[in-house]
Design a protein around this ligand. Structure first.
Ligand SMILES: *[C@@H]1O[C@H](CO)[C@@H](O)[C@H](O)[C@H]1NC(C)=O
Ligand SMILES: *[C@@H]1O[C@H](CO)[C@@H](O)[C@H](O)[C@H]1NC(C)=O
Ligand SMILES: *[C@@H]1O[C@H](CO)[C@@H](O)[C@H](O)[C@H]1NC(C)=O
Length: 347
């Protein structure tokens, strides 16, 4: 499973897009508890990246990505907002600026930063983007430079999403089925090390997502014409999540105020996909943006610039956007399912 799509390394010319931080009207009724964190630091992959990957190769910077929000490609792997944006909205802050834009908008660092890069894992996944430990190093560097103080970190929340790129790389580099359980435990052990590194910087609370039911991703379900999830892959995800649960308990045993919290994306995806059909009768496992040939992806063009993909009429009524990523509507559904646990976390 490849969360980063087709990679091609061309010369990286970077233009500053005008509108890369989403604006939300923040409801006045948001209950601001005294302990409510005011900064969000984000680590991980395309499920939470809001624009760090280079424009030269990332599909997130090509049409039709960004179609719904902000109306043009803006570095998110979706037609619009991703989970990060909804969590920031919940916190009553702006969605944190992608790390790579920090120099262009030094006045926008107060709400935190997003260090996530699409396609990455806890280990290197071959896309030459910073792995989780390196992303944490970026925050450590900013702390060393005095950009964030101990006090800032005390009022901070970290969001960590590891959504399966390590497993995609494991499979595509010939990893065996029998070796998978021990590789899963290697991944989770490295996650635990990284979660502790984040907490050691002084960040007060660290939220980590469970692995989504990877057997339900369109890249897998395409073999059944989007009719059936692959249960053996979902079991592997459950195993990852059990180990993660245990690792988080151990981490909390060693800190005084339950600083580590699990956000159960796995269950939220399952809830959203429970009824297998949307109201138009289409399978919910079928994505909105579909490549028209097997070697193309959503966003690919042929040599004449003609799209090698089709886009559904109503992204707002599909859960999946492309072969592995939810639509904005999908993320919103996931967020709404998780909101009650977020409320408990923020009490
Ligand atoms: C993360 O990347 C760095 C720099 O490439 C590398 O030295 C390190 O070994 C990687 N960490 C893991 C856990 O693979
Ligand atoms: C589910 O995925 C596994 C591992 O990728 C594969 O070996 C198996 O054939 C798949 N099962 C079905 C029913 O497609
Ligand atoms: C956490 O600590 C409790 C009480 O000391 C102990 O019973 C439990 O086994 C520990 N759990 C883990 C996962 O370390």
């Amino acid at each position: 499973m490849e969360l980063h799509g087709l990679l091609s390394y061309t010369f990286f010319l970077f233009l500053i897009a005008g509108n890369f931080t989403p604006e939300f009207t923040i409801s006045k009724s948001i209950h601001r508890h005294i302990n409510r964190p005011t900064k969000l630091f984000v680590f991980g992959d395309s499920y939470v990246d809001t624009g760090n990957n280079p424009k030269s190769f990332a599909s997130s910077w090509k049409p039709p990505y960004g179609l719904t929000f902000p109306g043009k490609p803006a570095g998110r792997y979706s037609d619009g907002r991703v989970f990060t944006d909804y969590l920031a909205r919940f916190m009553g802050i702006r969605s944190p600026l992608p790390y790579k834009f920090r120099k262009y908008a030094p006045n926008k660092l107060r709400g935190g930063l997003n260090f996530a890069f699409g396609g990455t894992g806890v280990f290197d996944t071959g896309n030459l983007q910073p792995n989780l430990t390196t992303q944490i190093g970026f925050l450590q560097g900013l702390i060393k430079d005095g950009v964030y103080t101990k006090r800032d970190l005390k009022s901070s929340l970290a969001l960590v999403a590891v959504s399966g790129n390590d497993y995609g790389t494991y499979t595509s580099t010939g990893g065996s089925e029998q070796g998978l359980p021990s590789f899963i435990s290697k991944v989770v052990n490295q996650m635990a090390i990284d979660l502790k590194l984040i907490h050691d910087t002084g960040v007060r609370r660290v939220l980590v997502t469970t692995l989504q039911p990877i057997g339900c991703l369109p890249t897998v379900t395409v073999t059944s014409s989007y009719q059936q999830c692959n249960e053996s892959q979902n079991s592997a995800a459950s195993f990852h999540n059990q180990l993660l649960q245990r690792a988080v308990m151990t981490l909390n045993n060693n800190t005084k105020d339950s600083s580590f919290l699990i956000l159960d994306i796995f269950s939220a995806f399952n809830t959203a996909l429970k009824s297998k059909r949307d109201f138009t009768g289409n399978s919910k496992l079928k994505p909105c943006c579909i490549a028209t040939s097997s070697d193309a992806n959503c966003g690919s063009l042929d040599e004449n610039g003609k799209a090698l993909y089709t886009v559904c009429k109503k992204p707002a009524s599909t859960f999946f956007w492309d072969t592995v990523h939810p639509t904005q509507a999908g993320w919103r559904a996931v967020y709404l399912t998780l909101r009650s646990s977020l409320n408990r976390i923020f009490l």
